[in-house]
Design a protein around this ligand. Structure first.
Ligand SMILES: Nc1ncnc2c1ncn2[C@@H]1O[C@H](COP(=O)(O)OP(=O)(O)OP(=O)(O)O)[C@@H](O)[C@H]1O
Ligand SMILES: [Mg+2]
Length: 391
């Protein structure tokens, strides 16, 4: 169409990769939504796949032969959004040299996907509500409605609309109109079963696309991928895998190959340590001995036994410092001591030796308080190593 960014006639078919309970529910919801013409509201964090789901609904519906028009409400100023959706008549504003139909008119018997609907201004919400009530299209500058259209509306947002309604930023009557079929996509960290499948899928995709040998992911690296919070969800995972394919073509991907924000979040964040049980808070300006040692292990690949152990035994490192280091690591590994061994560059066989060393010096921290809260991560949805973690 060559129109404005944010607006597109979507054609690409996209697969919904996954086998988790959540994905199976979403598949069933898509089938159900595709059988009717009711409005659909898709919610979920950024990058969870709202647009993929909208496309699937369209492609499986009776409207599949009609157009799917994608409009991103966040990308456009009000007047432009209104004109793009509803069209305008000649002379209605400077630069309106001729009558122009809107995208709604251009999607007869199709689907219009309004993305980021939570970003719509109050004025645009009124215009949209009027259209939803009457089905009539009134071009900007026209004194009456121009035509009626038969389009199906799918909307999406990563905002919590009830909260926005409470704060007066979103109209409740519009919400009720849009929220007929509700599809909520859970974040990736709540459907860990999908991670290995998505990793495989994108390893295949990107090694094919970039024509490089396909790397394999070691089980330790997969544990790290499963313990990561994925705030950017599948989009973030996809980008991480693409970088890995380019960086480690054909080899085995190990934890150290993973980007710092996935494997070493605390180092990436400047080794920020929060005050915790028995651990002194960190001075904001100075990097402590604990931070320096953590950097030596996490960034330079030195083993705990060569970096930390001798300094502690010669009493150049306090117990508090050692606890800080353990805390740093456990925060990175979500409370997993087995992963901590790998993070601190020790062989797996050193697990018992490491734990008894910590216990002997009263530096063994309970792992439970480093686990992601149950509301964010189901109790059974932890990485494979965590399941065998008896520490
Ligand atoms: N289940 C899935 N299987 C494979 N790829 C997926 C899946 N879900 C999402 N993706 C991919 O992840 C990326 C983000 O998906 P999408 O754009 O649909 O997310 P979104 O929820 O609309 O994000 P935003 O809120 O930022 O607009 C896309 O490249 C999409 O192809
Ligand atoms: Mg989107």
């Amino acid at each position: 169409m060559g129109r404005i960014p944010g607006l597109s006639l979507a054609k690409t078919e996209m697969r919904l990769v996954g086998r988790s309970e959540a994905i199976r529910t979403i598949e069933a919801d898509i089938e159900c939504a595709a059988r009717s013409d009711a409005k659909v509201l898709i919610t979920g964090e950024t990058g969870v796949g709202k647009e993929v789901v909208a496309r699937q609904i369209h492609q499986r519906s009776l409207r599949a032969q009609g157009p799917l028009v994608n409009v991103n409400c966040a990308g456009l100023p009000d007047s432009l959004l209104e004109s793009e959706l509803f069209g305008h008549v000649r002379g209605s504003f400077t630069g309106a040299y001729r009558d122009k139909p809107g995208l709604l008119e251009m999607a007869p018997n199709g689907t219009v996907f309004l993305d980021e609907v939570g970003e719509m201004s109050m004025r645009m919400q009124v215009v949209l509500l009027r259209f939803l009530e009457t089905g009539e299209i009134q071009r900007i500058g026209a004194d009456r409605s121009h035509t009626r259209v038969n389009v199906r509306l799918i909307t999406a947002t990563n905002r919590d609309l009830p909260t926005q309604i409470a704060s007066g930023a979103f109209r409740e009557d519009l919400y009720f109109r849009l929220n007929v079929i509700r599809l909520t996509i859970p974040p990736l960290r709540e459907r860990l079963d999908d991670i290995p499948l998505l990793v495989d899928y994108y390893l295949d995709t990107y090694s094919g696309q970039h024509r490089v040998a396909r790397p394999e992911v070691s089980s330790a690296a997969m544990d790290v991928l499963m313990a990561h919070r994925w705030p950017g969800n599948i989009r973030e995972l996809k980008n991480v895998i693409e970088r890995l394919v380019l960086k480690t073509s054909g080899q085995i991907i190990r934890p150290n190959d993973l980007p710092a924000d996935v494997f070493k979040p605390l180092i990436a964040a400047g080794a920020g340590i929060s005050p915790g049980d028995g651990v002194a808070p960190r001075k904001p300006d100075a990097r402590s001995a604990a931070d320096d040692l953590a950097v030596r292990m996490l960034q330079n690949g030195e083993s705990f036994w060569s970096a930390v152990y001798p300094v502690f035994m010669s009493r150049d490192l306090t117990r508090d410092d050692l606890r800080k280091i353990v805390q740093l690591g456990l925060e990175s590994t979500n409370g997993n001591y087995r992963l901590l061994i790998q993070l601190f560059n020790m062989p797996d066989e050193d697990y018992k030796r490491f734990l008894s060393f910590l216990r002997k010096h009263d530096c063994h921290l309970p792992f439970q308080r480093f686990r992601v809260a149950p509301s964010r991560l189901p109790a059974n949805a932890v990485s494979r190593s965590m399941l065998s973690n008896k520490a």
